[in-house]
Design a protein around this ligand. Structure first.
Ligand SMILES: Cc1cc2nc3c(=O)[nH]c(=O)nc-3n(C[C@H](O)[C@H](O)[C@H](O)COP(=O)(O)OP(=O)(O)OC[C@H]3O[C@@H](n4cnc5c(N)ncnc54)[C@H](O)[C@@H]3O)c2cc1C
Length: 534
């Protein structure tokens, strides 16, 4: 069992002072999403010295834009990928147990409108239960039409035959990323956001560290490390190609490893679902999967799977994607959400791993599993996979580092029962993640949040001045976006409301950190999250 430690301050000048010290780290990690943070935690918990640099904010990339499901992947079962499902089901249990304030079980219902759907999908889901074994969260049930409508009162009732109820999990992705970062820090790791890895250091043709730049001041740092892990999500190829250009004997261009695929989510008010269960459509009119998930007091609708060639930090949804989500939702919900009901729209890029001879035009056949590659010079690149399996991915990465002699052998499994920051007993019953956010989102750190100035001064429901101060003091936040997009999730839930709070949040942050909180930039971003293509 992990021992819970007191919260650590995350003052930026202190973090940068540490970064400037001459030290040879065991591991330097590039990228502060689920993958990099998972590796940082596992390595730090094993006793390795670890530094992680993130070019933007922790979870600014794909890791704050997921569908928020902790899942075994029902659709991978349909594709016959049993090992992937089994691993994810195991990881689902681990995550729910190690961060119960941020990840919880959630029931889903597949409504049936054709007579064969209930038995067909029901049998598949019974197999899902069987694969989960002891890790199961509840037995799959066949529901009558009346039972389906009782659980999903806003489901389209015309032609409804019944439904199947099964269990998976849901989570707050960006707050989980923060919990991973802070837990890694409590085991000695140094993590710095707004610090971009620009180049690699070599000794005798082997990687010996990296060069990075504090994107706020422009100051450069050299980090010496025995092993460098490239966990930059869809952006891994930038560093791989730099490495290839330096170390390849043939001087050939390094082929891209990632084929990005875009997924769009739309958020609407909870009135559209009025349920504490998710709605899952296993096969839309064009054969895709669609979810309506109750999350933090709103409903997430999505997602899509559209190949993209660019790697924009804030990609725009395509018109067809928005039309698809709205029109399919209208088929399954009694009240159809329209464009004017959209509270926020956000887009994430999946780092799908392509075979080296792939043309990148279709993402359907690409691997949803993760890949770990080690280059000739020793750069360890990891990408692909999913949030749910971040812990297993981290173990695979460290195994590979040991296998290549980059790290000393060390026993794995140290994170299986390691509680994340905030997971301790907060007293009282755990609050559902379906419900609007509030103090309960802080788990066992609620008393610490309440001890800060402004604990009873609300910015809006569920967000106080003290929470902004907490984000600045303990959660690495320096910009308004850090607070309103990822410490609080308001940008993802209600972009207009988030935009209206930018100036007030900026004032508190400036008071805490003395760093420009970039208020105008956030106001523009909030507008972006409200913009739908026509
Ligand atoms: C639409 C969608 C829905 C999804 N839904 C689910 C789901 O419900 N459940 C689930 O389990 N999984 C889901 N996933 C998958 C999951 O979100 C991803 O697998 C995971 O977030 C990838 O994490 P990552 O750390 O590899 O990438 P990222 O989160 O993108 O992290 C990479 C980080 O590297 C940083 N970086 C890049 N270049 C540099 C550099 N030079 N220096 C320093 N830092 C750098 C980036 O800023 C970024 O923060 C979903 C994915 C998408 C796209």
């Amino acid at each position: 069992m992990g021992i819970l430690k007191p919260a650590l301050f995350t003052r930026r000048d202190a973090l940068l002072d540490r970064l400037a010290q001459r030290h040879v780290y065991d591991l330097a990690i590039v990228g502060g999403g689920a993958t990099g943070l998972g590796v940082a935690l596992d390595a730090a918990a094993r006793g390795f010295s670890v530094v992680l640099v993130e070019s933007h904010d922790f979870a600014k990339g794909t890791s704050s834009r997921s569908t928020k499901l902790v899942h075994g992947g029902v659709r991978y079962l349909a594709q016959g990928n049993i090992s992937l499902v089994r691993e994810a089901l195991h990881e689902r249990t681990t995550l729910l147990s190690n961060a119960p304030h941020l990840a919880q079980p959630l029931a889903f219902i597949m409504p049936s409108y054709k007579w064969w759907e209930t038995p067909f999908y029901g049998i598949g889901l019974k197999m899902y239960d069987a694969l989960a074994g002891k890790a199961g969260l509840g037995a799959t049930e066949f529901l009558s039409r009346a039972e389906t409508l009782a659980a999903l009162p806003t489901a389209q009732s015309d032609g409804l035959k019944g439904g199947v109820k099964y269990w998976d999990g849901q989570f707050d992705d960006a707050r989980l990323a923060l919990a991973l970062a802070r837990t890694a820090a409590s085991h000695g790791a140094l993590l710095v956001n707004y610090c971009r890895a620009d180049d690699l250091l070599y000794e005798d043709g082997k990687i010996a560290g990296l060069k990075c730049v504090d994107t706020q001041s422009g100051r450069q740092y050299c980090i010496n490390a025995r092993c460098v892990v490239n966990a930059a999500g869809v952006w891994v190829d930038e560093l791989r190609q730099k490495d290839g250009a330096t170390s390849s004997l043939e001087r050939r261009a390094t082929p891209a490893m990632v084929a990005p695929s875009q997924g769009v989510h739309i958020v609407v008010d909870k009135e559209f679902l009025q349920a504490d269960v998710g709605l899952m459509v296993p096969k839309t009119a064009d054969g895709r999967v669609l979810f309506a998930v109750p999350w933090l007091g709103k409903v997430i609708l999505g997602t899509t799977d559209t190949p993209r060639n660019d790697l924009d930090r804030e990609p725009m949804p395509f018109k067809e994607e928005v039309d698809f989500i709205l029109s399919e939702s209208a088929r399954y919900l009694r009240r159809a959400p329209s464009r004017s009901d959209v509270k926020s729209v956000w887009v994430g890029l999946r780092p799908l791993v392509k075979p080296q001879d792939d043309d990148g035009e279709s993402t359907k056949g690409l691997s949803r599993e993760h890949t770990v590659l080690v280059s000739r010079s020793g750069l360890v690149t990891v990408t692909g996979g999913k949030w749910t399996t971040y812990r297993a991915m981290a173990e695979d990465v460290l195994d590979k580092c040991v296998e290549r002699g980059l790290l000393k052998p060390s026993p794995k499994g140290v994170t299986t029962h390691l509680k994340l920051v905030g997971a301790g007993d907060a007293g009282g019953k755990a609050h559902s993640i379906c419900l609007a956010p509030g103090l309960h989102s802080y788990g066992s750190e609620q008393a610490l949040v309440q001890s800060l100035p402004g604990a009873d001064v609300l910015l809006c429901a569920g967000l106080t001045h003290a929470m902004v101060r907490f984000a600045a003091r303990y959660e690495y936040a320096i910009k308004v976006e850090d607070v309103l997009a990822r410490r609080s999730r308001l940008l993802f839930l209600d972009a207009r409301l988030a935009g209206s709070l930018a100036a007030q949040v900026g004032e508190i942050l400036l008071d805490e950190t003395g760093i420009n909180p970039e208020v105008a930039e956030f106001t523009a971003l909030a507008e972006h999250y409200l913009t739908l293509p026509y």
